[in-house]
Ligand binder design. Structure first.
Ligand code: DGL
Length: 296
């Protein structure tokens, strides 16, 4: 047995409930910008990122399927990592399953929903655009949010599931010009409705935030881009203030994807992990999480 394994085993029992403070969950890589933002604010925070890529894309599933898969993966996260808080860094999962998750599991959750209130405060034209997955933009939850939080505003939406897939495939690493070319037509399509504010209602789109902002500047009127990044991280820190002192010898920075089926998948998720300062796990177990912390 190596020294690393000894140390891992020795710490297994006594630290199992405190290794991971924040667990982020998405169907894919969408929640990574949220984790990065939290880690930038709190470099010693302990974070686990779980991508349920086995069932990606959630946006094309039925509501019942989204609930089923979310419950399954949350159960697993709690079993192996017992985090202080789970951040559902996925609009689709939040809209479809957050209520059920809160009723099922005795742990604090933070959800991610389109930033409709922020957009309503910002818009001058009172015409707001929303892009997200089909499951999100067509959900009753969004219609209700619009009535409650954006009275007097009109909400125009479009389902951009293909863009979500491109980002999952690595568009986040493409040159900015290519990213702008990809999103410009999407943003411009809202000009005809006189929208001046566009909500990024899918966490994947945050990877292209700069491209969206640039595309928005090329529209008439200029379209401002809003998202839920700061609000979500703020709420996570409110529910569980960063401990900053957990675990030797390094804070947990682990990434697990449930559906790696090819070398290409492995390379892709390895790149996303590296880019976010995370270590890719082979399986979702406490032993893997601990090992990742000792192998820095
Ligand atoms: N990132 C997810 C969201 O915010 C959706 C991705 C998917 O379709 O699985 O809605």
């Amino acid at each position: 047995m190596t020294k690393i394994e000894n140390a891992t085993t020795a710490n297994f029992e006594c630290t199992s409930s405190s290794q991971v403070q924040y667990a982020f969950l998405d169907s894919g890589v969408g929640g990574l910008p949220y984790l990065q933002f939290l880690c930038k604010k709190h470099p010693a925070s302990s974070c686990l990122y779980v991508a349920d890529t086995k069932h990606f894309p959630y946006g094309e599933k039925t509501k019942e399927e989204v609930i089923h898969f979310s419950k399954e993966i949350v159960q697993k996260i709690i079993e192996v990592a017992s985090p202080s808080v789970i951040i559902i860094a996925c609009n689709t999962m939040t809209v479809c399953a957050l209520d059920v998750l809160r009723h099922t599991f005795d742990i604090p959750f933070v959800g991610t929903v389109p930033a409709i209130k922020t957009a309503a405060n910002l818009t001058q034209s009172k015409n707001i655009a929303l892009i997200g997955t089909k499951r999100t933009v067509e959900d009753e939850y969004i219609r209700k949010m619009n009535c409650d939080l954006a009275q007097g505003c009109s909400l125009f939406h479009s389902d951009e599931g293909e863009l979500v897939k491109d980002i999952e495939e690595g568009l986040a690493f493409a040159p900015i010009k290519e990213q702008i070319d990809r999103v410009l037509a999407i943003v411009k399509s809202f000009e005809r409705h006189n929208c001046d504010t566009l909500i990024l209602g899918c966490t994947h789109f945050l990877h292209l935030r700069s491209a969206f902002i640039e595309a928005g500047k090329q529209c008439t009127p200029t379209i401002n881009i809003v998202d839920s990044l700061e609000g979500v991280v703020k709420q996570a820190l409110r529910l569980s203030p960063c401990k900053n002192n957990v675990v030797p010898p390094a804070p947990c920075r682990a990434f697990y994807a449930s559906g790696i089926e090819s070398i290409q998948d492995l390379e892709k998720y390895d790149e996303y992990s590296l880019h976010s300062g995370l270590k890719l796990l082979k399986d979702l177990s406490l032993t893997s999480i601990l090992k990742s912390m000792y192998q820095h």
